[in-house]
Design a protein around this ligand. Structure first.
Ligand SMILES: Cc1ncc(COP(=O)(O)O)c(C=O)c1O
Length: 444
C-alpha cells in the first residue's frame, strides 16, 4: 500500500541525480534493496521540511490530516518518539523554575523534562488498585488538592492512558486547571488508538498539549509519534521547541510510515471493528481461575495478574516465552502485560488464550507476598530534583543520587534528591526476589 507521501518522493527523485544527503545516494544496485534506501531522502525540493512544513507540502498535508483525525488545532509528526514531544511539550507550557503538579507515575521522559527545565514538582501519588497492585486513575479532586499544596503551579502533567490502560478523567482535570490558570499536559503515549471507534475510550483532548506514540498501538514504525496541540496559542511555541529536541535530519522512512498510518486511520475504520470482535472472542474464551485478567479502561491491554498463585510475573513470562513462543511486552513482580493492536490476528489471540488456560490449570494457589507495582507513599524530596542532579550526593546515603526504575515501564521508583525510605528499600528487595533488576542511573 503506497502512500501519496511515498509516490511524491518517488516522483521527485526519479529524474534527479542526488547531489545531496544521505550518502547512500539511493544506489540500490550497489547496496541491495533490503533496506528502504529509495524512499530515504532529505529536505530536497518538493520533499518539504518537518521543522517548517509548507501548507500543501507532503509534510504540511500530513500535519493537517492528523489534526483532523485527532480533532486537534495542530498536529506534529514526531520521529523521536513521544520522548521528544514530552520534552518539547513541557518546555512549551512552562518557564524555567516554574512550580508544576506531576503525577508521580509519569515516564522518565517527563522527569527529564522537569530536570532540564528546572521545574519544581508537587507530586500526586496515584492510588493503587488493591486487587492487582497497579496504579489507578488520577481524580480531579487529587489535582485540586495538589494545587493547595503547590505554590502557584503553572502546569499539570499526567499520563493517560497508563501502560496498562488506566484512564484519568482529563476533561474534569482540565476544568480544575482552568480554575487555577494552569496548563495541562497529557502523556498519552499508550493511547494513539483511542477515539477512532465507539469500541474504545476517547482520546484525551482536554489537554492543552498531548503526545502519543503511533508506534506503540498503531501500525507504524518504532520512534513514530505525534504531538497534538489542542490549545492553539501553544502551536508555534511547541513547533519551536520540537526544533530544539528533535534531529534536524528527520527520517523520511519514519515519516512515510507516519503517512501510511494516517491512511489506515482515515480509510480502514473497519479494522477497529474486527479488532474489537477478536478481543471479545479472546475474553469470552479465556476464563482463568487462579491467574486473573486485569480489567482496565482499555481492553486492548491484556494484563495477567499472578497474585495469589505460585507464579511471579517473570516466571509466567518465561513459561509463555519458552513453551508457547509468546513474548509479552512488560513483566512486573506479580503481573505481565500483553499488548494488542488492529494488526493482531485471531490465531495469535487464540494462542494466547490457550496458553493462559493451560498455565492457569498448572498454577497453584499460594499465600505468598503481595507485590505492589509502585510506591504507596511519596518519598520526601529532600533536595529539589533539578538541584539534586547537579550535586555530589554520596553513594549509599539516605538521599538518592540516582533515578531508579524498572524498564519497561521506565517510571521512576526513586528520583534524585528523594529520601530512600524503608518502603523503597523493601520494594527493591521484592523486585530482586521476583527476578526483576531495577536500573540505577546515577546523576552524581
Ligand atoms: C508512559 C510513556 N510515556 C512516554 C514514553 C516514551 O515514548 P517513546 O518510546 O515513543 O519515546 C513511554 C515509553 O515507553 C511510556 O511508556
Amino acid at each position: 500500500m503506497k502512500t501519496k507521501f511515498q509516490s511524491t518522493i518517488e516522483t521527485i527523485t526519479a529524474a534527479t541525480i542526488p547531489m545531496h544527503m544521505p550518502g547512500h545516494k539511493r544506489n540500490v544496485a550497489m547496496l541491495g534493496d533490503d533496506l528502504p534506501y529509495s524512499v530515504d531522502v532529505t529536505e530536497i525540493d518538493g520533499a518539504d521540511d518537518l521543522h517548517d512544513p509548507e501548507d500543501g507540502g507532503i509534510i504540511g498535508s500530513l500535519c493537517h490530516k492528523y489534526a483532523d483525525l485527532y480533532k486537534a488545532k495542530s498536529a506534529h509528526p514526531l520521529i523521536g518518539g513521544s520522548t521528544c514531544g514530552i520534552l518539547a511539550g513541557i518546555r512549551t507550557l512552562t518557564k524555567p523554575g516554574d512550580a508544576v503538579i506531576v503525577a508521580r507515575n509519569c515516564h522518565k521522559s517527563v522527569w527529564h523534562a522537569i530536570e532540564l527545565c528546572r521545574l519544581r514538582p508537587t507530586c500526586i501519588l496515584p492510588p493503587i488498585i488493591e486487587e492487582y497492585g497497579i496504579c489507578g486513575t488520577i481524580k480531579s479532586a487529587a489535582v485540586e488538592d495538589a494545587f493547595s499544596r503547590s505554590h502557584g503551579a503553572t502546569c499539570v502533567i499526567l499520563t493517560s492512558p497508563t501502560y496498562e490502560g488506566v484512564i484519568s478523567d482529563v476533561d474534569a482535570i482540565a476544568e480544575v486547571c482552568k480554575k487555577h490558570s494552569a496548563a495541562l499536559f497529557v502523556d498519552a503515549a499508550h493511547g494513539a488508538h483511542l477515539g477512532f471507534s465507539e469500541h474504545f475510550p476517547g482520546f484525551p483532548r482536554g489537554a492543552d498539549i498531548a503526545v502519543t506514540s503511533l508506534h506503540k498501538t498503531l501500525p507504524a514504525l518504532t520512534q513514530t509519534a505525534l504531538g497534538l496541540v489542542f490549545n492553539e496559542k501553544y502551536s508555534s511555541r511547541f513547533a519551536r521547541n520540537l526544533g530544539i529536541f528533535e534531529t534536524s535530519s528527520p527520517s523520511y522512512i519514519l515519516m512515510n510510515s507516519i503517512a501510511r498510518c494516517a491512511d489506515i486511520l482515515a480509510d480502514r475504520g473497519e479494522l477497529f471493528d474486527s479488532y474489537r470482535a477478536m478481543l471479545d472472542e479472546f475474553y469470552a474464551s479465556t476464563n482463568p481461575e487462579k491467574l486473573k485478567l486485569i480489567k482496565t479502561d482499555d481492553i486492548g491491554k491484556i494484563s495477567i495478574s499472578t497474585r495469589g498463585t505460585n507464579f511471579t510475573g517473570s516466571s509466567l513470562a518465561k513459561a509463555l516465552r519458552n513453551r508457547f513462543h509468546i513474548e509479552p511486552e512488560m513483566v512486573h513482580s506479580d503481573y505481565l502485560l500483553c499488548m494488542t493492536s488492529i494488526c493482531d490476528t485471531r490465531e495469535n489471540l487464540a494462542a494466547l488464550s490457550r496458553a493462559i488456560t493451560e498455565l492457569d490449570a498448572e498454577a497453584e494457589y499460594s499465600e505468598g507476598r503481595i507485590y505492589p507495582s509502585f510506591i504507596t507513599e511519596l518519598p520526601p524530596a529532600e533536595i529539589p530534583l533539578a538541584d539534586a542532579v547537579l550535586r555530589d550526593i554520596p553513594d549509599g546515603g539516605e538521599i538518592s543520587n540516582a533515578y531508579v526504575w524498572v524498564y519497561p515501564p521506565g517510571i521512576p521508583l526513586l528520583l534524585p534528591g528523594e529520601r530512600v525510605t524503608e518502603e523503597i528499600k523493601n520494594h527493591l528487595e521484592i523486585l530482586k526476589i521476583s527476578g526483576i533488576s531495577p536500573k540505577i542511573i546515577k546523576t552524581s
